[in-house]
Design a protein around this ligand. Sequence first.
Ligand code: FAD
Length: 463
Amino acid sequence: MSNDIKTQLVVVGAGPGGYSAAFRAADLGLEVTLVEARSTLGGVCLNVGCIPSKALLHVAKVIDDARDMASHGVSFGEPKIDLDKIRSWKDKVVGQLTNGLGGMAKMRKVKVVNGFGKFTGANTLQVGDTKITFEHAIIAAGSEPVALPFIPKDDDRVIDSTGALELKDIPGEMLVLGGGIIGLEMGTVYRALGSKVSVVEFADQLVPAADADLVKAYTKYNSKNFNIMLSTKVTAVEAKKDGLYVTFEGKNAPEKAVRYDKILVAVGRKPNGNLLDATKAGVEVDERGFINVDKQLRTNVKHIHAIGDVIGQPMLAHKAVHEGHVAAEVIAGMKHYFDPRCIPSVAYTDPEMAWTGITEKEAKEQGLKVETATFPWAASGRAIASARTEGFTKLIFDKETHRILGGAIVGINAGEMLGEICLAVEMGADAEDIALTIHAHPTLNESIGLAAEIYEGSITDLP
Ligand code: FAD
């Protein structure tokens, strides 16, 4: 009997972009087939990305908070780390969410096909023995970690983010190669669990895409936690029995090769656009693997859309989800566009760094006239009472209209706080709107209202 499937919409890849698109399309009445190479739904984000990393960061936070409390009169002693238990708790969190998605697909009668899909024509996709004939397709194939050619492969002492999340052991000396969000988040976990962590970054600041002031505050707070080597690159790695010997070059390079027990390579992610024979359907894929789309997420082939990491930066789950919704709605005949004013970015490090909308640097590059207002958390009652005053909240306003264009926060819970700024930017709020909004006291969120009040001139001095 033939396994062949005829479907109105096939979605290739079941990450945040793919499952969101499939579910929205099914809710809008389309007959949907969702193709996924992994055995579970959820893509990188749920299986080996956002969710397992946050479960481990929660562990790190509890350990760090317990240690910090010693100076405020409560001592817990050194934590006893049971790696097997931590790992199985993290896996349980992942399983709960990926199984939940399986149930949601079933409820909507979305047909899930397991296997790696490859286009064979403009309306056909082959998955193993199954030929899928479709009217519309959404490519949501995501991305994978970039590997470096001069770093030994097949050595289990060299890991990427997926390997780091497996948490096989706690290395004594660990090098994080790449000071971006993923490297710093995983470095935070391993440091809290007991590794001595060094971070090497080619650029002159960590998280090069972030607001420079945020990164300055983060770096200052963490100078005691990590050995940070900026403006420096790794030029060679020699694998020896007793460790990995790393040679550096640049401003902060150690003179001699340094020995590490493990290296986490976190130098970015590359799109999977080149792996699925999209060109056989006529879809143009650039040399890096990205697929170009218009504002309705359509590729150069009218009935084939693409969403998520595979269409470009920022490679973030919430961007993929919103794109997935728009693509499904467009296919269902709605006149929708993907045109957000801002896409938030958060590094769930300690302290967290969160920013949205335009940064000061981007405003300068674009010749925009902007003004900023900053509220230092050293003046926040809640931050003082939490013994975490290193943070600040910065708002960026259009100089003429006082309309908010962006914002940046560094400090504990910055990621949770950022939503208010995103809403303000999307709604076109001005400084007065934010200043007149009554924020609960004492909260860290209050700092957003207070920054706007400083800008409006209704606050002239700080305690
Ligand atoms: P993906 O999630 O990459 O899913 C694509 C899926 O398609 C995969 O499951 C793959 O198996 C499947 N696939 C690919 N090709 C085929 C094919 N031909 N046939 C069948 N299946 C195929 N983002 C955030 O917003 N917040 C975070 O906190 C965050 N933390 C992260 C932490 C880590 C360690 C990592 C690695 C990433 C993190 N990200 C985070 C990024 C986030 O995971 C991605 O942006 C998001 O998963 C992209 O979603 P997507 O739908 O485009 O693709």
